[in-house]
Ligand binder design. Structure first.
Ligand code: PMP
Length: 445
């Protein structure tokens, strides 16, 4: 069955297939971190539905919540009508939101993908401000429709200015650290303030607190606070895309809690649906300028997703899984940094909580200029080596051979990403690290 299914799907499915190319598996059963294939093979799943499965596959509380709705005879499809299931989800969602934000917030249910919620957020900011342009950051990923795609670095007719996103390893200014973040913040300020910059005051600034698809790049908290100050001072709505970072993933329930900022708009999806499709935008109530139907969608009322989502949010909150993600993530990062010390092809290890990236680079040191040698001698940032997407693909393949599913990301697809469920045990985390280390060792052997 396994081979036949793979063959038929690759013959019949579109060339736009992505995950299925690198992961030729046929999942038939799954529980927690583990997936079982049609051929009896077993895998530890650190892709987790692209970061969706905060509680892993088929968590009992999620299944129970879904069964309860099924057994109750409630309608499964309710457009945007009010229901007890929706009321319970909204109540739990507002309970988890940062208090300063939740007190004056409205939620809008969107077509069930993160992309649609991004689209709604961008349209809302444009409607609320009467302005058109949007500021996004280099390396961002916000989705695949025209507006979201443009904010991700694609092409559409929505005008988006892309400004530098600070990072240590491939700092756009070559300095990293506080100084790199400061330079990135000043760049944003000067572009917004210079009438000749071609960036008239935008309708909104959209930012990921940790760039996920962009290669797991956590923003510094002080830079996030600067973005808050810069946008507040100019009355520009700050849209925080927490589609991937939300629900405990980064070691706080919402990643904005790390910097303590209060956004104007939050875009939420993935884990909020407890593995079923659900996406919402939450925003300051005075931005709610929509006319009815200004942003609609048939599938806004998925009751199973709301029930699964409410159960997930409550479980993460009650069991303090964000704290668990912070502790375990710090330990995994520390161990992976040991890997970087052992293998020159591991250029960087970074992340926050259980959102972890390992960047593969060319293991051969390029010839160093005299100036760089002097800088390195003074403890400077040094020059990152070229990204090595081929090595990353090889590591992913070797991981799969060892029963570990990982995804790649980053601008050059050179970053191995780990997004395990927040319920992963210590022993399972050790098994993940062992298999990844073996895979890296095998590709450089
Ligand atoms: N924003 C971010 C930060 C994401 O990571 C993603 C998906 N990876 C999206 C938006 C788009 O979500 P979806 O794929 O559900 O449309």
């Amino acid at each position: 069955a396994h081979e036949g299914i793979l063959r038929r799907q690759s013959a019949r499915e579109s060339a736009a297939r992505t995950y299925a190319r690198a992961l030729p598996i046929v999942p038939v059963r799954a529980r927690g971190l583990t997936i079982e294939g049609a051929d009896g093979s077993r895998y530890l799943d650190c892709l987790s539905g692209a970061g969706t499965l905060a509680l892993g596959h088929n968590h009992p509380v999620v299944l129970e919540a879904i069964r309860k709705v099924l057994d109750s005879g409630a309608p499964l499809h309710v457009l945007d009508l009010a229901t007890p299931v929706k009321d319970a989800f909204t109540t739990e969602l507002f309970r988890t939101l940062p208090p300063g934000f939740a007190d004056h917030a409205r939620v809008q249910f969107c077509g069930p993908t993160g992309t649609d919620a991004v689209e709604a957020a961008l349209k809302l900011a444009r409607a609320a401000t009467g302005r058109t342009g949007v500021v996004a950051f280099s390396g961002a990923y916000h989705g695949m429709t025209a507006g979201a795609l443009e904010a991700s670095g694609g092409a559409s007719d929505v005008r988006v200015a892309r400004l530098p996103y600070p990072q240590d390893y491939r700092c756009p200014f070559g300095v990293g650290g506080d100084r790199g973040a400061e330079l990135a913040a000043r760049w944003t300020e000067s572009l917004l303030d210079d009438p000749k910059s071609g960036v008239p005051t935008p309708a909104g600034v959209i930012v990921e607190p940790v760039q996920g698809e962009g290669g797991v790049i956590p923003a510094r908290d002080d830079w996030m606070r600067r973005m808050r100050d810069i946008t507040s001072a100019r009355s520009i709505p700050l849209i925080v895309d927490e589609v991937q970072t939300g629900v405990g993933r980064t070691g706080a329930f919402w990643a904005v809690e790390h910097s303590g900022i209060t956004p104007d708009v939050m875009v939420l999806s993935k884990a909020i649906g407890g593995s079923l499709p659900l996406a919402v935008v939450v925003y300051r109530d005075d931005l709610d300028v929509w006319e009815p139907s200004a942003h609609a969608g048939t599938f806004r009322g998925n009751q199973l997703a709301m029930a699964a989502g409410a159960a997930t949010l409550a479980y993460v909150r009650e069991n303090r899984l964000a704290e668990r993600a912070a502790h375990l993530g710090a330990r995994m990062l520390a161990q992976l940094r040991g890997l970087a010390a052992d293998f020159p092809c591991v250029g960087d290890v970074r992340g926050r909580g259980l959102m972890i990236g390992v960047e593969l680079v060319d293991p051969v040191e390029p010839p160093e200029s005299a100036a760089e040698a002097a800088e390195a001698a003074e403890g400077g940032a040094g020059r990152p080596r070229p990204a090595a997407p081929d090595l990353a693909v090889a590591v992913q393949r070797e991981c799969l051979r060892r029963g570990l599913i990982v995804e790649l990301g980053g601008r050059h697809s050179s970053v191995v990403r780990l997004l395990p469920p927040l319920t992963i045990t210590d022993e399972q985390a050790n098994a993940v690290l062992d298999r990844l280390s073996d895979a890296v060792a095998s590709v450089v052997a």
